[in-house]
Design a binder for this molecule. Structure first.
Ligand code: FMN
Length: 382
């Protein structure tokens, strides 16, 4: 049987293994790494693994419809690309390639405030599926400007991330000496020399830079890292979310919520959706897995908001598990960027192909006719 992807890399784990070989260590570690001892990252994977679904037979499973509707748009699959800052470091041009692939595949593409491609260019590449993620700046004028740029360039959904109250201490990044612009330490130069394909492409494409927020930099001599750390609010307040609600009249999503009271606040403010997430285990090593937090979302929140999830999703099976726990859309950050690291700008199609195939087979094997029909009744009662 011919599959619509390269069967030398049939799983996301194979793309990860190839990305590890093809990328300089500082680029691979930047995406792969978690915080502290990286237990939270493992906890995410373990929690998905533990969910058992009971298959149902005695039924025809010739087709399974995996399309999923959120905010009035029917996407072809229940998985999207979440915001990943500094995306072009994984492979030069990754963000634009992913946006185009998402548009082609009709899946959500969420652009990070800290992306390395101009938001206006991404909006043009993904006119039907582009969402914009906002890290809330301390400076209200910068925030208003980002929101109006998002609106004017045609992004459909505004996603506000809450879960970076403080800059993360990620030990791999510290040891690798990752800084932008790149500081050419002997270690970085060695990594670049021993990964010529990445280096050649990076030299051709240009060094990644935080192009969307450059304009809000008062002092151009200030080191980029210092500027970025001081850019975000130290803890986004409820008042700020209320202000954003006033400014953005389209669908508003809060990303990175796990605490019941926070979700109730979102409801009271009139937020349209949440992404239950622990940032892929990159912010707080003790945070509950996103599967566990998804399980705990109240019936009221499920009824009144669009509930989505990310963190640790690596297979079509995980995507369907998330649906059984009530998710209406899922996202996988590292999978898409490992795809780019493994196969360059063609990586997006490979990741889409793998997930599409795996979701299809999983739904059929479970005896479920569609994503819409999947629910908690498939959860094993053990
Ligand atoms: C390298 C990297 C950079 C990220 N940058 C952002 C970002 O700029 N904004 C944001 O809201 N989330 C960011 N995230 C979190 C992702 O949006 C998403 O929550 C996370 O990747 C999900 O976990 P997973 O990678 O295990 O799928 C980043 C994640 C990674 C791996």
């Amino acid at each position: 049987m011919t599959l619509p992807y390269d069967t030398r890399f049939p799983a996301i784990a194979d793309l990860k293994a190839r990305a590890r070989r093809r990328l300089p260590a500082f680029a691979f570690d930047y995406v792969d790494g978690g915080i502290d001892e990286e237990y939270g990252k493992r906890r995410n994977r373990d929690a998905w693994h533990e969910i058992e679904l009971t298959p149902r037979y005695l039924r025809d499973v010739t087709t399974a419809d995996q399309s999923a509707e959120v905010f009035g748009h029917r996407y072809s699959m229940p998985i999207g690309v979440p915001p990943v800052g500094l995306g072009n470091m994984m492979w030069p041009g990754a963000e634009l390639a992913l946006a185009r692939a998402a548009q082609h595949a009709n899946i959500p593409y969420v652009l990070s405030t800290f992306s390395t491609t101009l938001m206006e260019d991404i909006a043009r590449a993904a006119p039907d599926v582009g969402w914009f993620q906002l890290y809330v700046p301390k400076n209200v004028d910068a925030m208003k400007d980002l929101i109006s740029r998002a609106k004017n360039s045609g992004f459909h959904v505004l996603v506000v991330t809450l879960d970076i109250a403080v800059g993360a201490k990620r030990n791999r990044e510290l040891k690798n000496g990752l800084k932008l612009p790149f500081k050419f330490t002997p270690k970085i130069v060695w990594e670049a020399m021993t990964h010529p394909a990445w280096t050649f492409d990076t030299l051709t494409y240009g060094q990644p830079d935080f192009v969307n927020v450059q304009t809000y930099r008062d002092n151009p001599d200030e080191e980029l890292g210092v500027f970025l750390t001081s850019f975000n609010m130290n803890g986004v307040t409820r008042e700020r979310i209320e202000m954003i609600r006033e400014l953005w009249d389209g669908p508003l999503v809060i990303k990175g919520v796990q605490y019941d009271r926070d979700i109730r606040d979102c409801l009271e403010i009139g937020v349209d959706g949440i992404v239950v997430s622990n940032h892929g285990g990159r912010q707080l090593d003790a945070a509950p897995s996103s599967a566990q937090s998804l399980r705990e979302v109240s019936a009221e929140a499920r009824a009144r908001m669009t509930v989505m999830v990310d963190s640790g999703i690596r297979t079509g099976m995980d995507i369907v598990r998330a649906r059984a726990l009530g998710a209406e859309m899922t996202f996988s950050g590292r999978s898409f960027f490992w795809g780019m690291g493994a196969l360059g700008r063609n990586g997006a199609e490979q990741v889409v192909g793998i997930f599409r195939d795996e979701v299809d087979r999983t739904l059929k094997q479970l005896g479920c006719p569609s994503w819409d029909a999947m629910d908690g009744s498939w959860l094993s009662s053990r």
